[in-house]
Design a protein around this ligand. Structure first.
Ligand SMILES: [Zn+2]
Ligand SMILES: [Zn+2]
Length: 268
């Protein structure tokens, strides 16, 4: 099996290293397919600015050019993607960039509930009442469903990110999560096993075992990603992730090129 890493952040968004740095580390660590997915966040159509942690509109072209330059000299396969930050109503202005023919894949991720970031501030979660925690989880999963129903994206990023700081709902959200997974399936999307969760307060990868089993039950394909913000972490915990997927029943893994999806056996 070719080791592939698709969810990586460079200096074009909130990563610490350049695409060339990532390529060198990927080669050193035995990655054969390396993809980039810097944050794409726009608050409306034609937005001229983006938050400092996201790809700046003035650098859109440079992003694709720089990765093409790296690809031209790389001894491994290079892919270009983006991690689109789902916002209320954003389907309208993400349609064109998500369909950019230069992209090999597009990741759809929910980091915001309304205007509130849910994955950057532990204190936000700490300030919520139990009912507000429930409400935030509920709204998160509704946003995941909406993101999938937009049918703009190939991969659902860190699908249960709302657990990151280990503030869990006290009510059973199974029906609403089921609706979101049904939407992911209906949109023919892939779910990533994102290894970064193992190092967070929640101490488990995204998605949880229960959600991964629900994905397997629906025959939703999977990929493995590190969500690396430093080149050194480009395949952090990948062996553990492959074992985890095999234990959940998965026998193959999805690959991306030019918006086409391929499958490869999980066998080493
Ligand atoms: Zn993300
Ligand atoms: Zn990411």
């Amino acid at each position: 099996m070719k080791r592939a890493s698709y969810h990586n952040h460079t200096v074009f968004s909130d990563g610490a290293d350049t695409p060339a740095d990532f390529m060198r580390q990927a080669v050193a660590q035995g990655i054969e397919i390396l993809g980039f997915s810097d944050h794409y966040y726009r608050e409306g159509p034609g937005a001229q600015t983006a938050p400092e942690w996201a790809l700046q509109p003035r650098l859109d072209e440079r992003y694709f050019e720089n990765i093409a330059e790296v690809a031209a000299h790389a001894p491994i396969e290079i892919r270009v993607g983006l991690e689109f930050d789902w916002l209320d109503g954003s389907a309208a202005w993400y349609e064109a960039p998500a369909k950019d023919p230069r992209l090999d894949y597009a990741i759809g991720s929910v980091h915001f509930v309304g205007k509130q970031s849910i994955d950057t501030d532990r204190a936000f979660w700490g300030s919520l009442s139990p009912e507000e925690v429930n409400e935030t989880h509920r709204r998160y999963w509704l946003a995941v469903r909406d993101m999938a129903e937009s049918r703009l994206f190939d991969i659902a990023g860190h699908i249960d990110l709302c657990k990151k700081f280990a503030f869990y709902p006290s009510e059973d959200l199974t029906p609403i999560i089921r609706d979101a997974l049904d939407a992911v399936k209906a949109a023919d999307m892939v779910v990533e096993l994102n290894t970064s969760g193992w190092a967070k307060d929640c101490r488990e990868c995204y998605p949880s075992d229960a959600i991964l089993r629900a994905c397997f039950h629906r025959e939703i394909p999977v990929t493995v990603s590190a969500d690396a913000h430093r080149a050194a972490f480009v395949c952090a915990n990948f062996s553990r992730a492959y074992d985890h997927l095999a234990r959940a029943g998965y026998r193959e893994i999805a690959r991306f090129r030019g918006r086409e999806r391929f499958f490869e056996s999980l066998e080493p």
